[in-house]
Design a protein around this ligand. Structure first.
Ligand code: ZN
Ligand code: ZN
Length: 233
């Protein structure tokens, strides 16, 4: 059926706005239904996958006899069952003490349980078995950081970056760690010019603390008023 200009006004009744509207509405409803249908399918698949993982996790591998404790541990980790994951992974590392993977995943599981001390031990064990794996150094750095050991954390992030200079996560973690330390550094200070005002930054050039009034930002760097003037010239 053609819309718009009519070919013949005797045979085809005038196309009303209503008719055009209903056609368009039908199209929209059709599209929406299809989208919804796809989305429901996706959700069902995800839900089923989680159920299945949870089931294998609870069965302790009985339903899947071919699965190793390492695989079970990884599946439980993915399913968010950390306690079960730790059980499987502790077994995995006891049974295969030469496999660094088990120790790495065990470290991740301990970290998720906020048992950072144990996590550090597990990551160190993984690195003893297979040194210079950037992701394990990165994980170890995160565990140190969470355990309140920023210097040890920095060492690990830097080590990861030395092995893989393009390791974005380690680079970001290092930057975040440094800016956090810088923040802690000047949070106790007062502005160099206004000693009653708390510092909100450190001048990149003269390294004096600045308050919010004295702070100038040029190209993303913090400067004090006088340095900003000098540099601006
Ligand atoms: Zn300055
Ligand atoms: Zn000031």
């Amino acid at each position: 059926m053609r819309f718009g200009k009519r070919e013949c006004c005797y045979q085809v009744p005038p196309i009303s706005l209503h008719m055009r509207w209903s056609q368009e509405t039908a199209l929209v409803i059709d599209t929406l239904t299809k989208t919804l249908y796809i989305r429901i399918n996706q959700l069902l698949i995800l839900w089923y996958r989680d159920k299945l993982l949870g089931y294998y996790c609870q069965q302790g591998g009985a339903a899947m006899p071919a699965q190793s404790p390492l695989q079970l541990g990884i599946e439980c980790l993915k399913a968010g069952k950390i306690d079960e994951a730790i059980e499987h992974l502790e077994r995995a590392t006891a049974e295969s003490p030469q496999d660094p993977q088990g120790f790495n995943y065990l470290g991740v599981a301990y970290s998720l349980k906020q048992q950072y001390n144990r996590a550090v031990g597990a990551f160190q064990a993984a690195l003893r078995l297979r040194p210079n794996v950037p992701s394990v150094h990165y994980n170890l750095g995160l565990a140190y950081q969470a355990d309140g050991l920023p210097d040890m954390a920095r060492e690990q992030f830097e080590h990861a970056l030395k092995i893989d200079p393009a390791y974005k996560k380690a680079e970001d973690a290092l930057a975040a760690l440094n800016s956090q330390l810088k923040k802690d550094d000047y949070s106790e200070m007062a502005c160099a010019r206004h000693t009653d005002e708390p510092a909100v930054g450190i001048c990149t050039f003269c390294h004096l603390p600045v308050c919010s009034e004295c702070r100038r930002i040029l190209d993303g760097h913090v400067y004090c008023v006088s340095c900003a003037e000098k540099i601006g010239r």
